[in-house]
Design a binder for this molecule. Sequence first.
Ligand code: GLA
Ligand code: ZN
Length: 672
Amino acid sequence: MIESEKVTKILFGGDYNPEQWPEEVWAQDMRLLKEAHIDVVTLNVFSWALLQPSEDVYDFSMLDRIMELVRKNGFKVCLATSTAAHPAWMARKYPDILRTEKNGMRRKFGSRHNSCPNSESYRRFAALLVEKLAARYRDHENIVCWHISNEFGGECYCENCERKFREWVKRKYGTIENVNKAWNMNFWSHTLYDFEDIVTPDLRSEEFDWDGLRTNFQGISLDYARFNSDSILECFNLEKEILRKYTPDIPVTTNLMGLYRCLDYQKWARDMDFISWDNYPAYNAMPFEPALSHDLMRGLKQGKPFALMEQTASVSNWHLYCKQKRPGMMRLLSYQAVAHGADSVMFFQMRRSIGACEKYHGAIIDHVGTSDTRVFREITELGEELETLRDATLGARTNAKVCIVFDWDNWWATELSAGPSRSLSYVEQIKAYYHALWRRHISVDFVGVTDDLAKYSMVIAPMIYMCKNGFDTKVREYVKAGGVFVATTFSGYVEDHDLVVLGGYPGKLRDILGIWVEELDALPPDEQNHFIYKDREYPAGILCDVIHTEGAKAQASFEDDYYAGYPALTKNTYGKGCAYYVGTLSNDDFYSDYLWNICTEHGIKPVLECDEDVEVTERSSEKGRYLFVLNHSNEEKQITSPGSVTDIMNGTEYAAGDTISLKEKDVKILRS
Ligand code: GLA
Ligand code: ZN
C-alpha cells in the first residue's frame, strides 16, 4: 500500500476532526489516542469553510496548530484536501458549482459531495486550495499520504455537465453519424443532426417513465455513466497533479467505497498510487460480503495491498439500525481486512461529534469522554496486538488460482437494460459465485476485462452480458492454452455500445462455449424450473436459456416446461482447456457444489479444509507465509494445522495435524 520507510507496521488510526472541538479537548485527545495505540490520523477532511472563509481570504492558522499538535505527539498524518464539501459563500456567489439531480432539480447549499464535477468555479477553487495546502505542509515529514476529497461519487445533470458531455461524446465518436450509429438513433426518430442536440439522459429525457434505473436508450445512458465517472476522475487528477508537483514522494489516494456503482474504480485505480477504501458492512451482512469487497478493492491494483481507510468501531449512524458490533466483532472485521490484503486498520472517527447526523456514529472516544468504555478497551487491545505484529504481514500478497471477472460497464449495462427481468442483478450474481468459493475456502481475485488471465487456473465471468472489444479474444486464447472458463446465462449479448451482437447468443463467446442460446425465458419470482446435476435436484429460476449444443456436452437438463430435456449446464472442450456454461440461476447450494466439482476436477485446492464459519486466507511475502484463520461463529471452532506453523500473536507452535482451537470470533495468524 503506502510503500514508504515511514510505514513500519499496520497503520492504526483514522479520521480526526479537532476543528469540531474547543482546543482544551485536543490535549485530552492526544493522551487518549496514545493510550489506544493510535499512530495515524486523517486530518482536514471537511475544513474548506474554515480554510477559506471568503473568496480572497485563506486562513490556515487552525490547521497549522493541529498539524503541530499531532507532529509533537508523534502521530503520522493522512492529509486530506477538504474539497468534498464546498463553503457556503462559494455556493452563493458561484451557483454553477451546485449539482443538479437526475430529476432536473438544482440543489441549494447543503449536505456534502455537493459540487458539480464539471463546474469551472469548483475546479478553480479546489485547485487553488490544494496548491496552498501542498505548498504549506510539504515539509511535514510525518505525512504518509494525501487523501484527496472524500468518497468521491454521485452524479450531476446540470448545464455544465451537458456541455462537457457533448465534448466527451465528440472526442469519443468524432462525427454525429457515428454517434447515431452507436446509440441506434433511428429508433423512435432520435436522429441527431448536431452535437448540440445531445442532452443529459435524465428524467427530463431518456429516463422518463421508468423506475429510475432503466432507460429508453441504454447507449446514451451508458455513455453518460462513463462520462460522469470520468468527470469526477478529472477532479481527482486535477488535485493529484498539483500534489505531485510539491511532494513527488508522498503517495496519493482517495477513499473508495467497495461495491459502489457510480464510479468505474478499475479505471480510477490506474490513476491512484494505492487503493484505500471504507468498509461499512450492514449489521446483518454475511461474513463473505466484506470479504468480497476487500478482494474487489485488492484486485483494482492487481493484488497490491490496500489501506482500510475507514470502518466503525461500533455503529454506523446511517444504517437502518445502529446495532452495535458485538464484543470481538470490531477486531474480527479488522483482521478480515488484513487477511484480504489491508496494510492498515483505520476508523471513522476518533471522537464522536456532538451535533448533526454523525453524533450517533461510533468513535474511539465516546461522548462520555473517557477511556472507560468497552469500545475503547477493545480498540486499545487491538492497538497493542498490531504493535506486536510489527511489519510481518506488510506488503504480503494473495496467490489466488481462481478469478472472477468484474466490470463496471457490465454492471451499468445490465441495470439499464429494459428486460429481461427485474429480478436480475449483476452484483447478486457476482455475490452468488463468490460466496460459493468463499464457503469452500478457495481464494479469489477480482479482475477487470483488460487484466491478464494467464496466471489463473479458472476464470469465472458471471453475467458477462457485454463482451467488450477484445475480451472474447483474450478468453479464447486463455482456454485454448488450457484455461478453465465459466460463463453464465445473459452473457455475450452486446458489444461495447450495448448493441446486440447478431448471429445468435452468446455472441462472440458462442464458439468458446460450444452452444447456441435460442431463447431466454425470464420466469416471474413465483415460478421455477428444475434440473438434476450429479443426482441432486436444484431449482432453476429468474432466467432459463433454451440451449442447443454445438460441440459442448450437456451436464444437466431442464426438467419442466417446453424446454424439458434441453441443457441447463454444459461443458465444452476447447483447445487444451474447457468452458462451462450455467444456463440459469439457481440456489447457493448449487453454486457451491458446482464450483467445488469444477475445482476438484481441475486440481484447484482450498487454502484449508475446515468448517464453513471459519474463514481462511493466505498472504505471503519474502518474510513468510501467513495463514489467517477467522472464526465468524459464536462457538469455539477447531482447525487442523496444515504443517508446522507458529501463531505470530503469541508464539505458540503447532505441528502438522495438531488441532488448533479458536474461541468465538477469534482470529489467528499462523506463519509457516
Ligand atoms: C463515510 C465518510 C465519513 C463518515 C462515514 C460515516 O465513510 O467518508 O466522512 O461520514 O462515512 O460512516
Ligand atoms: Zn454538473
